[in-house]
Design a protein. Sequence first.
Length: 467
Amino acid sequence: MHIQFFGAAREVTGSMHLVDTGRSRVLLDCGLYQGRRKGAFERNRNLPFDAASIDAVVLSHAHLDHAGNLPSLVRSGFRGNIWTTSASADLCRQMLMDSAHIQVNDVKYVNKRRKKQGRTPFEPLYEPQHVEAALDHFRTVDYGESFNPAPGVSARLDDAGHILGSASVTLDLSAGGRERRLVFSGDIGRKGLPILRDPVMPPGADAVIMESTYGSRVHEPASEAKRHLRVCAERVCREGGYLIIPAFSLGRTQEVVYRLNQLWEAGELPRVPVWVDSPLAVRVTDVFNDHRECWDEEMLETMRNEHDGDPLGFETLTYVRDVEQSKALNDRKGPGVIISASGMCEAGRILHHLRNHATTPASTVLFVGYQAEHTLGRKILEGRNPVRIYGREVEILANVERADSYSAHAGRNELLAWSDGVRDAGSVNSWFLVHGELDSQQSLAAALDERGAARVVIPERLQKFEL
Ligand SMILES: [Zn+2]
Protein backbone atom coordinates (compact mmCIF):
# COMPACT_ATOMS: atom_id res chain seq x y z
CA MET A 1 0.00 0.00 0.00
CA HIS A 2 1.30 3.43 -0.78
CA ILE A 3 0.49 7.06 -1.21
CA GLN A 4 1.79 9.44 -3.84
CA PHE A 5 1.58 13.23 -3.76
CA PHE A 6 0.70 14.99 -7.01
CA GLY A 7 -0.05 18.51 -5.84
CA ALA A 8 -0.23 20.87 -2.87
CA ALA A 9 3.21 19.44 -2.08
CA ARG A 10 5.34 22.28 -0.72
CA GLU A 11 2.79 24.65 -2.28
CA VAL A 12 -0.83 25.59 -1.65
CA THR A 13 -2.65 24.73 -4.87
CA GLY A 14 -3.45 21.65 -6.93
CA SER A 15 -4.40 19.36 -4.02
CA MET A 16 -4.20 15.76 -5.35
CA HIS A 17 -3.00 12.63 -3.55
CA LEU A 18 -3.27 9.05 -4.79
CA VAL A 19 -3.80 6.14 -2.42
CA ASP A 20 -2.95 2.78 -4.01
CA THR A 21 -3.61 -0.39 -2.02
CA GLY A 22 -2.53 -2.72 -4.83
CA ARG A 23 -6.19 -3.63 -5.09
CA SER A 24 -7.75 -0.18 -5.49
CA ARG A 25 -6.69 3.29 -6.49
CA VAL A 26 -8.43 6.18 -4.74
CA LEU A 27 -7.69 9.81 -5.51
CA LEU A 28 -8.03 12.34 -2.67
CA ASP A 29 -9.05 15.66 -4.29
CA CYS A 30 -8.38 16.73 -7.86
CA GLY A 31 -7.55 20.40 -7.54
CA LEU A 32 -6.60 23.02 -10.06
CA TYR A 33 -2.99 24.05 -9.97
CA GLN A 34 -2.91 27.84 -10.00
CA GLY A 35 0.35 29.42 -11.06
CA ARG A 36 1.85 31.18 -14.05
CA ARG A 37 -0.44 30.66 -17.01
CA LYS A 38 1.56 28.44 -19.34
CA GLY A 39 3.03 26.10 -16.73
CA ALA A 40 -0.32 25.85 -14.97
CA PHE A 41 -2.15 25.00 -18.16
CA GLU A 42 0.27 22.22 -19.09
CA ARG A 43 0.25 20.75 -15.61
CA ASN A 44 -3.54 20.80 -15.30
CA ARG A 45 -4.07 19.28 -18.72
CA ASN A 46 -1.48 16.50 -18.47
CA LEU A 47 -2.54 14.44 -15.48
CA PRO A 48 0.40 12.56 -13.96
CA PHE A 49 -1.40 9.18 -14.10
CA ASP A 50 -3.81 7.26 -16.29
CA ALA A 51 -7.23 8.69 -15.37
CA ALA A 52 -8.97 5.44 -16.35
CA SER A 53 -6.92 3.53 -13.77
CA ILE A 54 -8.44 5.48 -10.84
CA ASP A 55 -11.34 3.65 -9.15
CA ALA A 56 -12.81 6.56 -7.20
CA VAL A 57 -12.27 10.12 -6.01
CA VAL A 58 -13.03 11.30 -2.48
CA LEU A 59 -13.34 15.08 -2.46
CA SER A 60 -12.68 17.14 0.69
CA HIS A 61 -14.38 20.39 -0.40
CA ALA A 62 -15.45 22.64 -3.25
CA HIS A 63 -12.61 25.18 -3.39
CA LEU A 64 -11.06 25.11 -6.86
CA ASP A 65 -7.60 24.21 -5.59
CA HIS A 66 -9.19 20.95 -4.38
CA ALA A 67 -11.97 20.28 -6.91
CA GLY A 68 -11.15 22.45 -9.91
CA ASN A 69 -9.52 19.83 -12.12
CA LEU A 70 -12.25 17.16 -11.84
CA PRO A 71 -13.57 18.02 -15.33
CA SER A 72 -10.11 17.26 -16.78
CA LEU A 73 -10.04 13.95 -14.92
CA VAL A 74 -13.36 12.87 -16.39
CA ARG A 75 -12.39 14.24 -19.78
CA SER A 76 -9.24 12.08 -19.62
CA GLY A 77 -11.16 8.84 -19.12
CA PHE A 78 -12.02 8.54 -15.41
CA ARG A 79 -15.12 6.32 -15.05
CA GLY A 80 -15.62 5.97 -11.29
CA ASN A 81 -17.56 7.89 -8.67
CA ILE A 82 -16.66 11.19 -7.01
CA TRP A 83 -17.71 10.97 -3.36
CA THR A 84 -18.40 14.10 -1.34
CA THR A 85 -21.07 15.83 0.77
CA SER A 86 -24.25 17.09 -0.82
CA ALA A 87 -23.35 20.74 -0.05
CA SER A 88 -19.94 20.28 -1.73
CA ALA A 89 -21.60 18.76 -4.79
CA ASP A 90 -23.95 21.76 -5.15
CA LEU A 91 -21.10 24.20 -4.59
CA CYS A 92 -18.99 22.34 -7.19
CA ARG A 93 -21.69 22.89 -9.79
CA GLN A 94 -21.39 26.66 -9.29
CA MET A 95 -17.61 26.81 -8.85
CA LEU A 96 -16.75 24.49 -11.75
CA MET A 97 -19.16 26.16 -14.17
CA ASP A 98 -17.67 29.53 -13.31
CA SER A 99 -14.20 28.07 -13.74
CA ALA A 100 -15.15 26.67 -17.16
CA HIS A 101 -16.24 30.13 -18.31
CA ILE A 102 -12.96 31.57 -17.08
CA GLN A 103 -11.01 28.81 -18.92
CA VAL A 104 -12.90 29.55 -22.15
CA ASN A 105 -12.35 33.31 -21.88
CA ASP A 106 -8.70 32.94 -20.98
CA VAL A 107 -8.02 30.94 -24.09
CA LYS A 108 -10.03 33.34 -26.24
CA TYR A 109 -7.70 36.12 -25.19
CA VAL A 110 -4.52 34.09 -25.76
CA ASN A 111 -5.80 32.77 -29.09
CA LYS A 112 -6.42 36.25 -30.44
CA ARG A 113 -2.70 36.86 -30.13
CA ARG A 114 -1.75 33.40 -31.44
CA LYS A 115 -3.92 33.95 -34.50
CA LYS A 116 -2.10 37.18 -35.31
CA GLN A 117 1.18 35.30 -35.01
CA GLY A 118 -0.13 32.54 -37.31
CA ARG A 119 0.08 29.89 -34.59
CA THR A 120 -2.44 27.14 -33.85
CA PRO A 121 -5.05 28.09 -31.25
CA PHE A 122 -5.20 26.51 -27.78
CA GLU A 123 -8.17 24.53 -26.57
CA PRO A 124 -9.63 25.53 -23.18
CA LEU A 125 -8.69 23.25 -20.28
CA TYR A 126 -12.38 22.40 -20.06
CA GLU A 127 -15.74 23.79 -21.07
CA PRO A 128 -19.22 23.76 -19.52
CA GLN A 129 -20.09 20.41 -21.14
CA HIS A 130 -17.08 18.81 -19.41
CA VAL A 131 -18.32 20.17 -16.10
CA GLU A 132 -21.73 18.60 -16.74
CA ALA A 133 -20.03 15.29 -17.50
CA ALA A 134 -18.01 15.48 -14.27
CA LEU A 135 -21.10 16.31 -12.20
CA ASP A 136 -22.70 13.07 -13.42
CA HIS A 137 -20.04 11.16 -11.48
CA PHE A 138 -20.84 12.74 -8.10
CA ARG A 139 -22.24 10.56 -5.30
CA THR A 140 -23.14 12.31 -2.07
CA VAL A 141 -22.88 11.10 1.52
CA ASP A 142 -23.66 12.59 4.93
CA TYR A 143 -21.05 13.40 7.54
CA GLY A 144 -20.30 10.33 9.66
CA GLU A 145 -21.87 7.91 7.17
CA SER A 146 -19.63 5.05 6.09
CA PHE A 147 -19.30 4.20 2.39
CA ASN A 148 -17.17 2.01 0.12
CA PRO A 149 -15.60 4.00 -2.71
CA ALA A 150 -13.57 1.01 -3.99
CA PRO A 151 -12.94 -2.66 -3.16
CA GLY A 152 -11.21 -2.97 0.20
CA VAL A 153 -11.72 0.71 1.01
CA SER A 154 -14.18 1.97 3.58
CA ALA A 155 -14.49 5.73 4.03
CA ARG A 156 -16.13 8.39 6.12
CA LEU A 157 -16.32 12.19 6.02
CA ASP A 158 -16.25 14.45 9.08
CA ASP A 159 -17.05 18.16 9.13
CA ALA A 160 -13.77 20.07 8.69
CA GLY A 161 -15.40 23.43 9.58
CA HIS A 162 -13.55 25.20 6.74
CA ILE A 163 -16.28 26.06 4.20
CA LEU A 164 -19.82 24.83 3.69
CA GLY A 165 -19.77 21.06 3.13
CA SER A 166 -16.03 20.72 3.80
CA ALA A 167 -14.74 17.42 5.14
CA SER A 168 -11.82 15.54 6.56
CA VAL A 169 -11.59 12.06 5.06
CA THR A 170 -10.91 8.81 6.90
CA LEU A 171 -10.02 5.77 4.78
CA ASP A 172 -9.86 2.23 6.18
CA LEU A 173 -7.74 0.29 3.71
CA SER A 174 -7.38 -3.45 3.49
CA ALA A 175 -5.37 -5.42 0.96
CA GLY A 176 -3.21 -8.55 1.01
CA GLY A 177 -4.03 -9.25 4.65
CA ARG A 178 -2.92 -5.77 5.80
CA GLU A 179 -5.08 -3.06 7.27
CA ARG A 180 -4.29 0.62 7.54
CA ARG A 181 -6.23 3.70 8.54
CA LEU A 182 -5.40 6.94 6.74
CA VAL A 183 -6.80 10.35 7.63
CA PHE A 184 -6.70 13.26 5.16
CA SER A 185 -7.43 16.53 6.94
CA GLY A 186 -8.63 18.44 3.86
CA ASP A 187 -8.45 22.13 4.75
CA ILE A 188 -8.98 22.55 8.50
CA GLY A 189 -11.29 25.35 9.66
CA ARG A 190 -11.41 27.25 12.91
CA LYS A 191 -13.52 27.08 16.03
CA GLY A 192 -16.10 29.84 16.24
CA LEU A 193 -16.32 30.68 12.53
CA PRO A 194 -19.73 32.09 11.70
CA ILE A 195 -22.26 29.90 9.86
CA LEU A 196 -20.15 26.72 10.12
CA ARG A 197 -19.82 24.13 12.84
CA ASP A 198 -16.45 23.67 14.53
CA PRO A 199 -14.11 21.08 12.99
CA VAL A 200 -14.95 17.52 14.04
CA MET A 201 -11.94 15.45 15.07
CA PRO A 202 -11.48 12.40 12.87
CA PRO A 203 -10.83 9.11 14.66
CA GLY A 204 -7.16 8.20 15.20
CA ALA A 205 -5.12 6.83 12.32
CA ASP A 206 -1.90 5.06 11.34
CA ALA A 207 -1.00 7.84 8.93
CA VAL A 208 -2.25 11.41 8.55
CA ILE A 209 -2.08 13.78 5.58
CA MET A 210 -2.41 17.20 7.11
CA GLU A 211 -2.69 20.71 5.69
CA SER A 212 -0.18 23.27 6.93
CA THR A 213 -1.16 26.57 5.27
CA TYR A 214 -0.71 28.63 8.44
CA GLY A 215 1.79 26.36 10.18
CA SER A 216 3.79 29.36 11.30
CA ARG A 217 1.11 31.98 11.93
CA VAL A 218 -1.32 32.67 14.74
CA HIS A 219 -4.53 34.42 13.61
CA GLU A 220 -6.21 37.42 15.21
CA PRO A 221 -9.37 36.31 17.03
CA ALA A 222 -12.35 35.95 14.67
CA SER A 223 -14.41 38.28 16.91
CA GLU A 224 -12.36 41.29 15.74
CA ALA A 225 -13.96 41.00 12.29
CA LYS A 226 -17.29 42.49 13.33
CA ARG A 227 -15.79 45.53 15.04
CA HIS A 228 -13.65 46.29 11.99
CA LEU A 229 -16.69 46.20 9.71
CA ARG A 230 -18.68 48.53 11.94
CA VAL A 231 -15.86 51.10 12.13
CA CYS A 232 -15.44 51.10 8.34
CA ALA A 233 -19.19 51.35 7.71
CA GLU A 234 -19.48 54.28 10.13
CA ARG A 235 -16.62 56.07 8.41
CA VAL A 236 -18.10 55.93 4.92
CA CYS A 237 -21.47 57.04 6.27
CA ARG A 238 -19.80 60.05 7.84
CA GLU A 239 -17.79 60.87 4.72
CA GLY A 240 -20.42 59.95 2.13
CA GLY A 241 -18.22 57.45 0.29
CA TYR A 242 -18.34 53.75 -0.43
CA LEU A 243 -17.04 50.86 1.59
CA ILE A 244 -15.70 48.45 -1.04
CA ILE A 245 -15.00 44.93 0.13
CA PRO A 246 -13.31 42.61 -2.39
CA ALA A 247 -14.33 39.11 -1.29
CA PHE A 248 -14.19 35.55 -2.58
CA SER A 249 -17.61 34.42 -3.73
CA LEU A 250 -17.50 31.22 -1.72
CA GLY A 251 -17.20 31.64 2.02
CA ARG A 252 -15.85 35.11 2.64
CA THR A 253 -18.83 36.93 1.06
CA GLN A 254 -21.33 34.98 3.19
CA GLU A 255 -19.23 35.54 6.30
CA VAL A 256 -19.14 39.31 5.74
CA VAL A 257 -22.89 39.37 5.06
CA TYR A 258 -23.58 37.33 8.19
CA ARG A 259 -21.52 39.73 10.33
CA LEU A 260 -23.24 42.76 8.79
CA ASN A 261 -26.56 41.06 9.55
CA GLN A 262 -25.50 40.65 13.19
CA LEU A 263 -24.57 44.33 13.39
CA TRP A 264 -27.88 45.25 11.77
CA GLU A 265 -29.89 43.15 14.21
CA ALA A 266 -28.00 44.64 17.16
CA GLY A 267 -28.75 48.16 15.89
CA GLU A 268 -25.02 48.79 15.44
CA LEU A 269 -24.93 49.15 11.66
CA PRO A 270 -25.69 52.62 10.33
CA ARG A 271 -28.66 52.62 7.97
CA VAL A 272 -26.75 52.26 4.73
CA PRO A 273 -27.52 50.35 1.54
CA VAL A 274 -25.43 47.21 1.03
CA TRP A 275 -24.98 45.35 -2.25
CA VAL A 276 -23.56 41.90 -2.90
CA ASP A 277 -22.46 42.33 -6.49
CA SER A 278 -21.05 39.12 -7.90
CA PRO A 279 -23.20 36.68 -9.86
CA LEU A 280 -21.26 33.71 -8.49
CA ALA A 281 -21.51 34.93 -4.90
CA VAL A 282 -25.28 35.31 -5.29
CA ARG A 283 -25.63 31.74 -6.59
CA VAL A 284 -23.31 30.38 -3.90
CA THR A 285 -25.40 32.15 -1.24
CA ASP A 286 -28.44 30.30 -2.60
CA VAL A 287 -26.53 27.03 -2.02
CA PHE A 288 -25.79 28.13 1.57
CA ASN A 289 -29.51 28.66 2.11
CA ASP A 290 -30.29 25.22 0.65
CA HIS A 291 -27.98 23.41 3.05
CA ARG A 292 -29.11 24.15 6.56
CA GLU A 293 -27.87 20.72 7.62
CA CYS A 294 -24.39 22.29 7.54
CA TRP A 295 -25.25 25.38 9.62
CA ASP A 296 -24.04 25.73 13.19
CA GLU A 297 -26.35 26.23 16.15
CA GLU A 298 -25.83 30.00 16.26
CA MET A 299 -26.85 30.38 12.61
CA LEU A 300 -29.96 28.24 13.14
CA GLU A 301 -30.87 30.25 16.20
CA THR A 302 -30.40 33.52 14.31
CA MET A 303 -32.80 32.17 11.68
CA ARG A 304 -35.40 31.26 14.34
CA ASN A 305 -35.12 34.53 16.28
CA GLU A 306 -35.00 37.11 13.51
CA HIS A 307 -38.22 38.57 12.25
CA ASP A 308 -37.18 37.92 8.64
CA GLY A 309 -35.76 34.46 9.44
CA ASP A 310 -32.84 35.15 7.10
CA PRO A 311 -29.33 35.27 8.59
CA LEU A 312 -27.90 36.12 5.16
CA GLY A 313 -30.23 39.02 4.44
CA PHE A 314 -31.51 42.21 6.04
CA GLU A 315 -33.60 45.21 5.09
CA THR A 316 -30.92 47.33 3.42
CA LEU A 317 -29.10 44.44 1.68
CA THR A 318 -29.56 43.73 -2.02
CA TYR A 319 -28.21 40.76 -3.95
CA VAL A 320 -27.47 42.14 -7.42
CA ARG A 321 -28.52 39.70 -10.12
CA ASP A 322 -28.29 41.65 -13.35
CA VAL A 323 -25.62 43.71 -15.06
CA GLU A 324 -27.77 46.83 -15.39
CA GLN A 325 -28.29 46.99 -11.65
CA SER A 326 -24.55 46.60 -11.17
CA LYS A 327 -23.76 49.37 -13.65
CA ALA A 328 -26.28 51.68 -12.00
CA LEU A 329 -24.01 51.72 -8.95
CA ASN A 330 -21.33 53.52 -10.98
CA ASP A 331 -23.17 56.84 -10.95
CA ARG A 332 -24.86 56.51 -7.60
CA LYS A 333 -23.71 58.84 -4.84
CA GLY A 334 -22.55 57.31 -1.52
CA PRO A 335 -22.72 56.26 1.17
CA GLY A 336 -22.98 52.58 0.44
CA VAL A 337 -21.32 49.24 0.97
CA ILE A 338 -20.36 47.00 -1.98
CA ILE A 339 -19.17 43.43 -1.52
CA SER A 340 -17.86 42.11 -4.82
CA ALA A 341 -15.50 39.61 -6.45
CA SER A 342 -12.88 38.66 -7.26
CA GLY A 343 -11.28 38.59 -3.86
CA MET A 344 -7.86 39.67 -5.13
CA CYS A 345 -9.30 42.23 -7.61
CA GLU A 346 -7.98 40.28 -10.60
CA ALA A 347 -11.25 40.22 -12.52
CA GLY A 348 -14.97 40.63 -12.06
CA ARG A 349 -17.24 43.50 -11.13
CA ILE A 350 -15.01 44.66 -8.27
CA LEU A 351 -12.91 46.36 -10.95
CA HIS A 352 -15.54 48.85 -11.99
CA HIS A 353 -16.43 49.61 -8.37
CA LEU A 354 -12.79 50.36 -7.61
CA ARG A 355 -12.49 52.51 -10.71
CA ASN A 356 -15.61 54.49 -9.89
CA HIS A 357 -15.58 54.74 -6.12
CA ALA A 358 -12.06 54.14 -4.81
CA THR A 359 -10.86 57.37 -6.39
CA THR A 360 -12.10 59.55 -3.52
CA PRO A 361 -10.79 59.85 0.05
CA ALA A 362 -14.38 59.51 1.28
CA SER A 363 -14.33 55.79 0.37
CA THR A 364 -12.67 52.86 2.08
CA VAL A 365 -11.37 49.62 0.53
CA LEU A 366 -11.42 46.86 3.12
CA PHE A 367 -9.43 43.71 2.38
CA VAL A 368 -10.72 40.65 4.20
CA GLY A 369 -8.66 37.99 2.42
CA TYR A 370 -5.15 37.10 1.44
CA GLN A 371 -3.73 39.16 -1.47
CA ALA A 372 -1.17 37.20 -3.47
CA GLU A 373 1.88 38.83 -4.96
CA HIS A 374 1.45 40.59 -8.34
CA THR A 375 -2.34 40.92 -7.94
CA LEU A 376 -4.14 44.27 -8.15
CA GLY A 377 -5.36 43.72 -4.59
CA ARG A 378 -1.79 43.43 -3.33
CA LYS A 379 -0.79 46.61 -5.18
CA ILE A 380 -3.64 48.60 -3.66
CA LEU A 381 -2.91 47.16 -0.23
CA GLU A 382 0.73 48.22 -0.53
CA GLY A 383 -0.37 51.74 -1.46
CA ARG A 384 1.08 51.69 -4.96
CA ASN A 385 -0.34 54.48 -7.08
CA PRO A 386 -1.55 54.81 -9.73
CA VAL A 387 -2.73 51.28 -10.53
CA ARG A 388 -3.96 49.95 -13.86
CA ILE A 389 -7.63 49.05 -14.14
CA TYR A 390 -9.10 48.10 -17.53
CA GLY A 391 -5.86 49.27 -19.15
CA ARG A 392 -6.04 52.79 -17.69
CA GLU A 393 -4.13 54.39 -14.86
CA VAL A 394 -6.34 55.01 -11.83
CA GLU A 395 -5.35 56.97 -8.74
CA ILE A 396 -6.62 55.20 -5.61
CA LEU A 397 -7.41 57.89 -3.04
CA ALA A 398 -9.63 55.78 -0.80
CA ASN A 399 -8.61 54.82 2.69
CA VAL A 400 -7.23 51.25 2.50
CA GLU A 401 -7.81 48.86 5.40
CA ARG A 402 -7.09 45.25 6.02
CA ALA A 403 -8.75 42.89 8.50
CA ASP A 404 -6.55 40.00 9.55
CA SER A 405 -9.20 38.31 11.62
CA TYR A 406 -10.84 36.61 8.64
CA SER A 407 -9.49 33.23 7.72
CA ALA A 408 -11.24 29.97 7.03
CA HIS A 409 -7.98 28.12 7.76
CA ALA A 410 -6.79 27.01 11.15
CA GLY A 411 -3.83 29.02 12.44
CA ARG A 412 -0.76 27.41 13.97
CA ASN A 413 -2.29 26.81 17.41
CA GLU A 414 -5.49 25.45 15.92
CA LEU A 415 -3.53 23.07 13.66
CA LEU A 416 -1.58 21.78 16.63
CA ALA A 417 -4.79 21.32 18.64
CA TRP A 418 -6.20 19.32 15.72
CA SER A 419 -3.10 17.14 15.54
CA ASP A 420 -3.26 16.55 19.31
CA GLY A 421 -6.87 15.42 18.94
CA VAL A 422 -6.05 12.93 16.17
CA ARG A 423 -3.03 11.62 18.04
CA ASP A 424 -4.95 11.16 21.28
CA ALA A 425 -7.40 8.95 19.44
CA GLY A 426 -4.70 6.50 18.33
CA SER A 427 -1.03 6.09 17.63
CA VAL A 428 -0.14 7.92 14.44
CA ASN A 429 3.13 6.70 12.99
CA SER A 430 3.44 9.07 10.02
CA TRP A 431 2.44 12.67 9.40
CA PHE A 432 2.57 13.95 5.84
CA LEU A 433 2.35 17.74 5.69
CA VAL A 434 0.76 19.17 2.55
CA HIS A 435 -0.85 22.43 1.37
CA GLY A 436 1.68 24.92 2.68
CA GLU A 437 4.74 26.93 1.74
CA LEU A 438 7.90 25.20 2.85
CA ASP A 439 8.80 27.59 5.69
CA SER A 440 5.42 27.25 7.37
CA GLN A 441 5.57 23.46 6.88
CA GLN A 442 9.00 23.30 8.49
CA SER A 443 7.81 25.35 11.42
CA LEU A 444 4.80 23.05 11.94
CA ALA A 445 6.97 19.94 11.50
CA ALA A 446 9.30 21.18 14.25
CA ALA A 447 6.34 21.71 16.59
CA LEU A 448 5.01 18.19 15.84
CA ASP A 449 8.47 16.77 16.48
CA GLU A 450 8.59 18.55 19.81
CA ARG A 451 5.28 16.97 20.72
CA GLY A 452 6.82 13.56 20.10
CA ALA A 453 5.41 12.73 16.64
CA ALA A 454 6.95 9.49 15.36
CA ARG A 455 7.71 10.61 11.81
CA VAL A 456 6.93 13.91 10.08
CA VAL A 457 7.41 14.13 6.32
CA ILE A 458 7.12 17.12 4.00
CA PRO A 459 6.61 15.34 0.68
CA GLU A 460 7.82 16.74 -2.59
CA ARG A 461 5.62 16.52 -5.65
CA LEU A 462 5.52 13.01 -7.18
CA GLN A 463 7.13 11.46 -4.08
CA LYS A 464 5.71 8.10 -3.06
CA PHE A 465 5.58 6.52 0.41
CA GLU A 466 4.74 3.10 1.74
CA LEU A 467 1.84 3.18 4.19
ZN1 LIG B 1 -10.11 25.36 1.02
